[in-house]
Design a protein around this ligand. Sequence first.
Ligand SMILES: *[C@@H]1O[C@H](CO)[C@@H](O)[C@H](O)[C@H]1NC(C)=O
Ligand SMILES: *[C@@H]1O[C@H](CO)[C@@H](O)[C@H](O)[C@H]1NC(C)=O
Ligand SMILES: [Zn+2]
Length: 522
Amino acid sequence: MTGHSARFRVWKFAKVACLGLTLVLLVVLLVATVRTLSLDVNAGLQLAQWENTDHIPPNISQQQRQQLLANFREAIRIPTVSFSETEQNTTALAEFSSLLKRVFPGVFASSLVKHEVVGEYSHLFWVPGSDPSVTPYMLLAHIDVVPALESDGWEAPPFSAKEIDGFIYGRGTIDDKQSVMGILQALEYLLEQGYRPRRGFYIGLGHDEEVNGLKGAVNIARLLKSRGVELAFVLDEGLAVLDGIISGLDGPAALIGISEKGSATVKLSVTTAPGHSSMPPRETSIGILAAAVTRLEENPMPRLFGHGPERGTFEHLAHKFGLPLRFVMSNMWLFSPLLSRVMERRPDTNAFVRTTTAITMFNAGVKINVIAPYAEAFVNLRIHSAQTLQEVLELVRATVADTRVKVELVNGFDPLPVSSYDESAFGFQIIKKTVLDMFPQLTVAPGLCVGNTDSRHYTDLTKNIYRFAPTWFKPGDPQRFHGVNERISMKNYEELVTFYFQLIQNCDITKLPEPHGSGHEL
Ligand SMILES: *[C@@H]1O[C@H](CO)[C@@H](O)[C@H](O)[C@H]1NC(C)=O
Ligand SMILES: *[C@@H]1O[C@H](CO)[C@@H](O)[C@H](O)[C@H]1NC(C)=O
Ligand SMILES: [Zn+2]
């Protein structure tokens, strides 16, 4: 065998391989193009015939407009702050209960509505439907808020509900008193007009969502479960209307949360013998722990972008992106590794790519001349939908890779199940229809919540949990959430009241219209 023929064979192989690769690339390109061109631009069920029910038109008079805003502003002025799981402003919570009774007299006096207080300050309402054979649903919101200090840079005191240029400023205006008040205001108006639902519904207002909902949401859910209640769907806070927030997207989009990331708080600790700093050991507890923490930061969790519900978001929104992004978005099967690398560069988009790792506390040392006998750090991880709590813990242990570092789970839970959003998903389609009737210019897509809500405690009552309110977020607004200058426009608050007014009535259909000849009874 000569060198010449060997070289010839290599060349020939290379040529065939090259041809093969070109063919594969061509097919990939063709499939990708077809997918891009055949994007699902249809409005799906929106074109179908919806069942007619006696619908009371939303018609807010000038007097009602003033009244609903006055009620909302009173709600903002009560500082229902949750400082920690054990410390809440109970004076404010009690005051809030009185406010609800005072400003929604129709709800509390109605013989139709059953009201109970749960966990002292949370509220559960039940509005039975005229047709007990249809499965009820549930609306959730929370009364408590995170702390706020005017000195952090508020343009108006955080519990003043001051109006500036058409906006009401205050803690809770977008998290979550707009929904607490919006839901009850809508019910008040519906009852005023003699409305009686066909489909029964519950309203659950928790008072400790910001500190895990262990007294409010947990007890409401437990109570309903003990009564054998099953729900068609649950609608809670979570996502919103994003206008100019997603770069490259043409026009505003309503994202309906269909899942939430999981969470884990892990404690790392190192114990060593104490000693004098004049004769230190080669490694101290602080050094050992610092190295472990550094390994966690330097080795982020694997990229999983495209393996969770975030894929559905991009596929739904793809047709609203210009080229070349449209091409990329509609071919996540091909481009998700590339997109991951772009998205992981920014903290807000990295949150969709993987389980995030945040070292939030590091405590050690007692005296400047004493070798610290003990060092501890806390790591807060938010778990991507494609991983479990157990897998994440194993990865943390494998990355720390030092038996001197004790790794303990403080608390945590798996990512929430993904609720369905296809054409037969009753809750999703009702929310979508209600949004599109009010805002036909919006694109509606499923989305993932990177934070958590009270609704995570309701998984025993339904598989269909959605997280959305039509609160409009423009550039700069997401930072107001738990931040300074939280605000809502007066117009937007009125839209929220109308949204719930319409949603409640839209739920009265017994089944969704048939998109492709297949009905879906609930
Ligand atoms: C809405 O209410 C106002 C005053 O109550 C009334 O004048 C108007 O005709 C109503 N509009 C509709 C569409 O019902
Ligand atoms: C608690 O709420 C009351 C009003 O209900 C208020 O006067 C008081 O200042 C609040 N306390 C704290 C610590 O925020
Ligand atoms: Zn909230």
